[in-house]
Structures are given as C-alpha cells and as structure tokens.
Design a protein around this ligand. Structure first.
Ligand code: PLP
Length: 455
C-alpha cells in the first residue's frame, strides 16, 4: 500500500469521503488521490516521494508556482509579527489599493472600493446580498455550468423551462431559496432577454463568470458579456462579474480587462466584481469590489450586513500583496506562451492518435473537450477552426469517458492534471522548459491511452 493510500484510509475515518472539497476524492477518474507533502515551483511531491509537474496550481491561486520564495518570506515575516489582531492592519489597505489600481488602469470608473473576505463563496454570496440591497429586488440570474461557490442560492439547477425559477442543486438547499434564482444557458442572450421580459423589474442581478471555467473553459462569445451589461443596465439590474478564478490570472485586470483590449468584446463594465484565488496567492483571501456608491451600501456605512473574523487576515493578505507585486506583464506573457506550447502539444498528440479535441481557452486558462464536435453538435469554433462547445449542454456531450485513462497515464508519468475533464488546467510562471518538456514526454502514451479507452 502506498503512503498516500494509507493517508486516504486514515482520512476517510475522520473526514467525509476523506477530503475537504469533493473534487479531491478523484470521484470522476477513480483511484487514490496523492497526498502532497511539498510544492516547489511547477512541481508537487507526494507522500511517496513521487514528483510531478502540477497543472492544478491550487485550482488557480498559484500564478507564481508553489512556495515562491518572496511569497513565503512575506508570509513568514508577517506571521512572526502579527497573525490575527482582530482589528485593522496596513496590509488590507495595500491589497485593496493594488486591486483597485489594476482595474482603474483599464477603466477609471470600474471600481473604487474592495471588501476583503476569505473565500470566493463569501465574495459571491455577499455580492448578491449587496445587489439585492442596492436594487431592492430579489431574483438573480445565473448560468448552467457556471460555478460561484456553494452558498444556497447559487447551488441551483435549471428549472423545467427557460426563464423559470430554479430547483435546488444540492440536498439541503430549500426550494424557496433557489426559487429566487433563474438558471439559463450560457452564451444565450435571447434566453436572458426572455427572462427579463418575464420578470421585468424583479431581477436584482445577473452573476456570470468573466469567462466560464468551471465546466472546463467555455469562453464567452464575443459580445456576450457586453450584452449582459446592456440588458442589466436597461432594466435597472446589476451585473456581477465573477473573477474569482479568472481575475489576475488571465491578465493584470482579469478576463474583464482582457476583453476591454479587444474591440469585438470590450465596451462593458460590470457593477460588482468578485475576486479570489490569485489575490490570496495561495492563502485564504477573496473580495468584492464596485464603485463607491454601491460599496457604501455595505455595513458599517450602509444597511447590507457582512463581516468576518478572518477577513483581511494579515498573513493571508501578505501572500496576496507579494503575488500581485510580482505578477507583472512579463509574468502574464510567459504563462500565455507556456499555454500556447501545452495546447499545441496536446492538439498534436491527439491528432496523431485520431481523437479530435476542441481547445477551450481564454489566454493562459484552458481545457480540452474530446470528441468529434461536428457529430456532437458543438456550435462554437476553437482557435484551430474545430467545432467547440459553447454551453454546458454541449460540453456534456463530449467523450469524457476518455479522460480517466488519459489522466492516469499522465499521473503515472509524473504529471498532475485536474482530476475531471470538466476542470480548467492552470499554469504558473514557474512552468519552465524543464517542466513543459517533462509534460510533453508523457503525452504520447497518454494520448494513446485516451484513444484506446471505451465508453
Ligand atoms: N467563483 C468561481 C468562478 C470559482 O471558480 C470558485 C471556486 O472555484 C468560487 C467562486 C468559489 O470560491 P471558493 O472555493 O474560494 O469558495
């Protein structure tokens, strides 16, 4: 028995499913999850001493790689001085300033203030409460396949028809709560218009990932986000742009910032942003930001309550400040180039074994949908001209049964991929030539394993 398997056995005695977040249990790929003991740059070492190139990067936070020395140093120094003062600290101000400055570089009016919390779930939950408080309305719209954390109202599944109220997406979520949520297909502005017609003047907000990346990556069609902003602003609703995953990863001002660089996509500003992952650099920090008149509706100045014992914790914030300080244009250019290389290699090897893949990508964030998109009815097009899925229904039609064989062949060859075909792959600036060459060497056999897999 491996040491990881021993830990997994022990974990299952004291933790549900042996994990503290379900995807870690390897439910969709099978097998025993490695228990990590050390991370260095692009590499993760497990309890059995296996060293692997990591394409999860903590599910996004580690833009600079594992245990970047300057981030570690900031954490150690801060912890030695002050761990949990219960009052305000300079670091909270500095992190909020850094976030505001990055967004203002793109649009002076995008955001004035940030409230720090500890998880993305809290950030989106608070953003929705804030939108309801500001508008005095109750209904919210979310999109199938977009994930915004696990607050009750956002664990909603589509109802029986378009523009109908949603059903609970998890046991334990009361129907009266999800009946305040409308779940619509992603990339479908007509569905959004229909919902606004049916519920005119009752919708507080649309919440949308800046780019969908929790059903694999599904880029917004050009103009989709702008259309959402226009519909919201015509009706008096707010647009919440969830950049928990994409923020400060896909670009210095997130995927929203990247869209503003592109005339086909730009020209929209959400009312509330949510952030997480990279702004904590691997520590528990998330946040929400908006223009001053919206943010001033939050307690203590306004009537919308929100608080947190660990909100803006100095040790956590120190990791975020160090990460954002180091994440300059060169870092993004490096990771974008690494993404080109990884995507090119995967495309090449899958072509060789005759398994079509659609590249689902927003800059350095990507995943692959397997199968012949023409047969599967995918209505988008990827950067190679292949059909690609544009919403959850299309994504789910893929030959996902090929992924476990591919995943395990890569794992055995020393590559740590996301343990689900419906997750994005994450790179860091520490993914250097050695790490990428190691990945490329593992690919041919894994692509063959994917080709040989059966449903
Ligand atoms: N929003 C998005 C877009 C996410 O990807 C996630 C988590 O993956 C969340 C919110 C929730 O963040 P957390 O897991 O920190 O609660």
């Amino acid at each position: 028995m491996t040491t990881s398997a021993e830990w997994f056995d022990r974990a299952r005695q004291v933790t549900p499913g042996g994990v503290n977040s379900p995807v870690r249990a390897f439910g969709s790929v099978g097998g025993t999850p490695p228990f990590s003991v050390k991370g260095e740059g692009a590499w993760l070492t497990d309890a059995d001493g296996n060293r692997r190139v990591d394409f999860i990067c903590g599910w996004g936070p580690l833009l600079l790689g594992h245990s970047h020395p300057e981030v570690v140093d900031a954490v150690q120094q801060t912890a030695a001085d002050l761990m949990c003062p219960g009052g305000s600290t300079p670091g909270e101000v500095e992190l909020a300033e850094a976030v505001v400055a990055r967004l203002k570089q793109v649009d002076e009016n995008a955001i004035d203030e940030v409230r720090l919390v500890s998880t993305g779930t809290e950030a989106t939950m608070t953003a929705i409460r804030l939108a309801r408080g500001v508008t005095g309305r109750d209904l919210i719209i979310k999109f199938s396949g977009c994930y915004h954390g696990h607050s009750d109202g956002l664990l909603a599944a589509a109802g029986s028809g378009l523009a109908t109220l949603a059903l609970p997406g998890s046991a334990g979520v009361p129907e009266p709560i999800t009946s305040q949520t409308i779940v619509l297909p992603y990339n479908d502005l007509d569905a959004v218009r229909a919902a606004f017609t049916e519920h005119e003047g009752r919708i507080a907000a649309i919440i949308v990932e800046a780019s969908a990346a929790n059903m694999g990556v599904v880029p917004p069609l050009p103009g989709f986000n702008r259309g959402l902003a226009e519909i919201c602003h015509t009706d008096g609703a707010l647009l919440i742009c969830d950049e928990v995953l994409t923020g400060f990863r896909t670009g210095p001002a997130g995927w929203w910032g990247r869209e503003q660089e592109d005339p086909e996509r730009g020209g929209w500003t959400p009312d509330i942003f949510t952030f997480g992952k990279v702004i904590g650099g691997g520590m528990p920090v998330a946040g929400l930001g908006a223009r001053r008149e919206i943010m001033e509706t939050l307690a203590p100045n306004g009537p919308v309550y929100q608080g947190g014992t660990l909100s803006g914790n100095p040790v956590a914030v120190a990791a975020g400040i160090a990460t954002l300080r180091l994440a300059d244009d060169a870092v993004y250019a490096h990771i974008d180039a690494s993404a080109d290389r990884v995507i090119g290699a995967v495309k090449r090897e899958f072509d060789l074994v005759g398994v079509p893949v659609a590249v689902q990508r927003v800059r350095n964030l990507f995943s692959f949908a397997m199968g012949d998109g023409a047969d599967l009815g995918w209505s988008g097009v990827d950067e190679f001209g292949s059909p690609a899925p544009i919403n959850e229904a299309e994504v789910k039609r893929q030959e996902g049964w090929r992924y476990p064989a591919f995943f395990h062949a890569m794992l055995d060859a020393g590559v740590n991929l996301p343990p689900s075909v419906f997750e994005a792959w994450f790179l860091s600036v520490a993914h250097d030539d050695e790490a990428l060459a190691h990945f490329e060497a593992a690919l041919p056999a894994a692509a063959e394993a994917a080709a040989a897999a059966t449903p």
